[in-house]
Design a binder for this molecule. Sequence first.
Ligand SMILES: [Zn+2]
Length: 345
Amino acid sequence: MLNPDFRFVMGKGIFSTIRLWCVLLFAALVCTTALAWDPVSINGVRYVPMSDMRGHYKFTSEERKDSRILYKKPGIVLEVKPGSQNIKMNGLKFVLSFPIVNHQSKGLMVAVLDLHKIFEPVLRPVYIKNRRTFDTVVIDAGHGGHDAGAVNRMAREADLNLDVAKKLQTILKQQGLKTVMTRTTNTFLTLQQRVDIANKYQNAIFVSIHFNSGSPSAHGIEVFTLAPAGTSSALSPYIRKDSMAGNAHDSLNIALATGIQGHLLKGSATKKYGFTPADRGIQRARFSVLCTIKHPAVLVEGGFMSHAKEGYLVTTENYKNFVAQSIANGIKQYKTAISGKRATY
Ligand SMILES: [Zn+2]
């Protein structure tokens, strides 16, 4: 429980098959010729036309559906809505740092920063410049000790986080990965202590596990990565211009979040366990554990303890197994996606 309720409109994914989603990260990557990008400044933010984006990524069609625009190519559908920060790629929701705008002469435009920090690493993960593989997963069970996190009548968030963390550790070990737990008991750790533990290791990724609290109607799953320099965050309109240590992995952060959120929303574990959680999107924030971490890192909010139905579900063994298995599957997919050889021409 680190974030309040959000105002984002939740919608059902328009594409239900995991196959389509998998293609997103395993897309056949075609090197494109350099385009003459023609950025313009809108309210101090650099934007480029969506038509240039379409050409760059070789989308073959563009169609209007109600208030949304769909860009399509084999295996990939990108859905945007003028004026909105929410987009979908193969039905998976991402929250941009800046809204898509409708320019009077250039048509729909996307912020350069979002193009670099979201579109590019998701559509072409093997082109991430500082991509690196890993052999260790640092698992951070949020809260603990006197810090219960969110609480409902059935459970404390700190305990749920630890339960899922232990289940995740078991699965990852079975996959042959090394694991490090920031805590294995109901003890209190500062946020900096969690980062310090993680930063002792090399070739690692960091996954912080939480459950959420908000308004009575709020429900669903969201995954956070560190907000890039030059953007605001989901929790604050303040634009921070300087870069923090965690920003070194902006692109890998998004790729990791895509793998995990994709599996939590549309992966095989959703069918196995029979859960269909709502998609609250991949979002950006400046949570302490993400700011100074030196590894690709995400913070997972696995469901709302404050919601009448979901608040019960998250306390069940089945749901905790579902979250742990989905995170593990997402990590595996991320590893595969960044390990591909970059095409050379
Ligand atoms: Zn929490």
